[in-house]
Design a protein around this ligand. Sequence first.
Ligand code: G6Q
Length: 531
Amino acid sequence: MLTDLNAWKSLADHAREVERLHLRDLFALDVKRAEELTIDAAGIYLDYSKNRITRRTLPLLLDLAHVCKLEERREQMFQGEAINLTEKRAVLHVALRAPRDERIVVNGEDVVPKVHEVLDRLARFAETVRSGEWKGFSGEPIRNIVNVGIGGSDLGPVMAYEALRSYSRRDLVFRFVSNVDGTDFAEAMQGLDPAETLFVISSKTFTTIETMTNAQTARAWVMNRFDDAGAVARHFVAVSTNAKEVSAFGIDTANMFGFWDWVGGRYSMTSAIGLSTMLAIGPDHFRELLAGFRTMDVHFRTAPLESNLPVVMGMLGVWYTNFFGADTTAVLPYDQYLKRFPAYLQQLSMESNGKGVTRGGDRVAYETGPIVWGEPGTNGQHSFYQLIHQGTKLIPCDFIGFARTLNPLGKHHDLLMANMFAQAEALAFGKTREQVLSEGTAEWLAPHRVFAGNRPSNTLLIEKLTPHMLGELVALYEHIVFTQGVIWDVNSFDQWGVELGKVLAMRIVREMDGGTPADPLIRRYLDISRK
Ligand code: G6Q
């Protein structure tokens, strides 16, 4: 078991020593720390000096990674082995960004040509829509694109659209509908004309109840305007693996873009699920996005562990989760365009590593995936940072900032970045009682104004938010999640936890239709709603 490994025990002993040390002292005693506890790779500068680590910590963490066979497991993924054991599937999102001349064989078949065939079809389709060549049923060009999907078929597209808005066609309107709450659909349709609207129904299975309900409502919305089933083929396209259901819906399978069972939902934004992204930013920028993912894939696969961004960040996460009792981790992008990035990472990390049994099916005897959360800076500073600074919980933070803004306006950017640097500094070094008193604060008030500090953070500094760097960032976190999953020995690629609620919801729908639910709470709902 993990906790019996010598590498684990060494870390546990080491953690007891490090617990007594303060980042103030660590910086005072090791003057090169800020310069040297950094990684500069693939256009990302990672400063991890403000972590509660000494020079001995990383080697010990990497020993654990090595003993847990991280390198071997990483190769298994890249080579297409069926590492998603419970679903007996390969996990090959990395193949989605492989260059044309790479060979990745799954079940005897090289998947790379299939990947590029779909990418080429997507690009051709995106061009016909973006050029105005694709016409709606009444001959109007498309001006509005609505992605209908949920979970992995929504969060990546929304996040990428928001992140890359500055690269998107401003004359096209993009909306995203995910929730089965009719409000989501109703509000998204405000101001849109069906004659100019294209729905991209994104569903790997094409059976997900939320997406199918929204898709049927969208169909009715279009039918309400045209009253002709032929309109469906002009206003709907599908991203799916289920040709039968797609064509039963009325979508021409020539306008269906496929992917494969070796692409998990939350790892699918570089598959055909990226169609809305490609429609927004165009095929060339989409290829740059893929190239960014690829750069990070290659870095993860080949860089030595000690200078490997996902490995170092992943292992630091393990350090806090397992040896410092941290339950959560905050991701704090200092860029408004990344406002949905924390939400995207929530699914990526929590659905992957929110597991309580090992790959072999034994209950784990240690903590696994942390709660991931965050908001863009500086908004978070005026909201929850108080708790990170002076609360009782240890919350490791990832700050993400860009040296150059896409919207230079007066002093905004320097102010934004100064705030980010200041937060990392305040968290690490705090403010002592002596400092507080020396500023003339009264004795009784001093405890309230003291900042203990010693609160860890990573800072990622990147030149500019481009499609390429967004790709790198997402792949960085994909591989952080992978690294942590290997250490915790969980299957990061299934999601059985989502199932139970789905099954129960359908049973309750049947009970409601029958009018006789057993639960008084649901009877109460029926009494009020059916009045
Ligand atoms: C992600 C999950 C899940 C999935 C949605 C949508 O890893 O598998 O979030 O993406 O349930 O599924 P469909 O694409 O099949 O509609």
